[in-house]
Design a protein around this ligand. Structure first.
Ligand code: ATP
Ligand code: MG
Length: 568
């Protein structure tokens, strides 16, 4: 492509709302243009990067025998009613009616559609397993679209769905997809980690996320210092503490604690470790058709993990409750403690099971209970893992310590089981002629989010640094002064020769100043720029390596071989 003919509207100005480097640089370098909140136009450079990513995905999917399909973006709402997700998805689903008043939904994901495609078409175990996938626009009316391509409302996802006759076969496919996803991210030149993810109320270990490591990531992941363990903080587990602080000794009693409301104040008042205090967090828990205040109890040194709390209560959502709402049912803010179960449900963190010598709110102004022994209620009470792991906690698989790092979720693979096939009555006949619901897996990868993730991990203060496998063009041939005939001739020759053997090359043939063109090249992030300038008079040109920022002088008659060697 000749730069004089290319549609690459680079600018100095970043979008007003842009905070992340990927958002700023992709907009400034003319990859994307915002249309409305969470909606973007992809310009030629972005389209090229997307195609690269898609090609790699297609190759790795073919290698594990997955077949590409493409399902309708507009999906009938009846399918969403059949699965029950029309309520669960809530406002993220964009709904509309056609001229005949039929209700439709813009597909935010395609489990229902894929099950509908396969049901009654695949009817025997003999035709299983089956793995279908597509690369397709999705629409989710996200509450807070932001960060450019990272969290759009319209975005591109690769979504795959597999159908199996047995759980073992699903396990095999899940592992194969995990390996394929690993290859895709490795080929793209990304530093990533596969972590255990929240699998909702179903639980189990059948959910993994692929996290591109970047400080700007929205997800916190806990990783072990010794073994391979990594988990999204929403799902991270830990082993019991190795060293336990010395326990305070006290008989069970009610104790006057005037104005002692926070955990810190409480620990200070009794001169004890917060480990022996109980934190009560009262929240409004929302189910499909009701909502209630639930009190979650944890050790004072821990914090409530809301995703775990949602799973423990099988809720749709959990929101803060006002002091008035708490007082209404008889809770005393600052001193919250046990209440009649018919006024508020209690969920106690598993780490408190059989805990002794604890201090807990007495649910009475200015009073706490001391010497609380949870052993006496351990039979009757409801315990669940609701605490967030802390840095320094012990790994659940070895004796290493957990630490936190930030990640961008670019993929999510999930063992669905029969959730959707049962709901949509999608069945096959097994070896004994008995009808069984398909056992399914679902595998998502954020294609447009990957474009942003690559830049989050690969940029500097001057702009994008594309990895070789993702770059829109590998080589930028820059003619410093287009009026210089020798410079222009070499530029044309290199451009033609590189193009001829299939190298993706841009010829910067604009008449702008050298400094301007150089800044532009850095902003766009071509892996290599060949600079043809004044030095050509002495038989030399330069290669600028975008990643290392190094300029190397090369004899002009050796430049072709040199660049071919670099891009290998
Ligand atoms: P998140 O937790 O970031 O909202 P999700 O759990 O809703 O993501 P999935 O339903 O697992 O996402 O979708 C599969 C993949 O699609 C995600 O791993 C992510 O890479 C991508 N994705 C999801 N939502 C968006 C979005 N709003 N914009 C861009 N990509 C997205
Ligand atoms: Mg997810």
């Amino acid at each position: 492509m000749r730069r004089t003919q290319a549609f690459i509207p680079t600018t100095k100005e970043a979008p007003n709302d842009a905070t992340l480097p990927s958002h700023i640089f992709l907009a400034r370098a003319g990859f994307i243009a915002q249309v409305a909140s969470g909606l973007y136009n992809y310009m030629p450079l972005a389209k090229r990067v997307i195609k690269k990513i898609e090609n790699i995905i297609n190759e790795e999917m073919a290698a594990i025998g997955a077949q590409e399909v493409e399902l309708s973006f507009v999906t009938p709402s009846e399918l969403w009613a059949e699965s029950g997700r029309i309520e669960k998805f809530g406002k993220e689903l964009l709904r509309f009616k056609d001229r005949k008043e039929n209700l439709f939904v813009l597909g935010p994901t395609h489990e229902e559609m894929m099950v509908d495609l396969v049901r009654n078409r695949v009817t025997s175990y003999k035709n299983l397993p089956l793995h279908l996938y597509q690369i397709k626009t999705k629409f989710r009316d996200e509450a807070r679209p932001r960060f450019g391509l990272m969290r759009g409302r319209e975005f591109i996802m690769k979504d795959g769905y597999s159908f199996h006759a047995t759980k073992e076969d699903l396990d095999r496919e899940f592992d194969a997809v995990e390996a394929a996803y690993k290859k895709i991210l490795t080929r793209l030149g990304l530093d990533f980690r596969i972590v255990e993810a929240d699998s909702g109320a179903i639980g189990g270990s059948g959910s993994k996320e692929l996290m591109v490591l970047a400080d700007s990531g929205e997800d916190t992941i806990a990783v072990c210092s010794k073994c391979e363990y990594g988990a999204n903080i929403e799902a991270a587990q830990r082993s019991a503490r190795k060293t336990i602080p010395e326990a305070p000794e006290a008989e069970f009693n009610k104790f006057l604690t005037p104005n002692v409301k926070t955990i810190d104040e409480l620990a200070e008042f009794f001169k004890i470790d917060p480990y022996y205090t109980i934190k009560a967090v009262a929240k409004r828990v929302i189910w499909e058709d009701s909502s209630e205040i639930v009190v979650f109890y944890l050790r004072g040194c821990d914090t409530l993990e809301e995703v775990k709390a949602i799973n423990a209560t099988e809720a749709l959502d959990i929101v803060d409750a006002s002091e008035e709402e708490l007082k209404e049912i008889g809770l005393v803010p600052g001193f919250i403690g046990p209440l009649d179960q018919d006024k508020a449900k209690h969920v106690i963190d598993s780490d408190l099971k059989d805990a002794k010598s604890m201090i807990c709110g007495a649910n009475e102004q200015d009073y706490h209970f001391i010497g609380v022994d949870l052993g006496v209620i351990s039979e009757a009470a409801y315990f669940a893992d609701i605490a967030q792991v802390n840095e320094g906690d012990i790994c659940p698989h070895c004796d290493g310590e957990l630490s936190f790092t930030k990640g961008i979720e670019v993929g999510h693979i999930f063992k669905l089981g029969t959730t959707y096939s049962s709901a949509l009555k999608a069945e096959f006949l097994d070896e004994n002629g008995k009808a069984q619901p398909f056992i399914m897996g679902t595998y998502g990868m954020g294609v447009s989010r990957l474009v942003a993730a690559i830049i989050e991990q690969h940029h500097d203060e001057n702009g994008c640094i594309w990895t070789k496998q993702s770059a829109p063009y590998m080589v930028n041939v820059m003619v410093s002064n287009i009026k210089d005939e020798a410079q222009m001739a070499l530029g044309e020759e290199l451009y033609a020769n590189l193009k001829n053997i299939g190298v993706e090359v841009m010829l910067d043939d604009r008449k702008d100043r050298f400094g301007f063109k150089m800044k532009d090249a850095e902003l766009i992030g071509f892996p290599y720029t060949i600079i043809i300038g004044k030095e050509l008079a002495n038989g030399n040109v330069q290669i600028f390596d975008r990643a290392s920022k190094e300029k190397t002088t090369v004899a002009s008659d050796a430049i072709f071989e040199k660049i071919m060697e670099l891009i290998k």
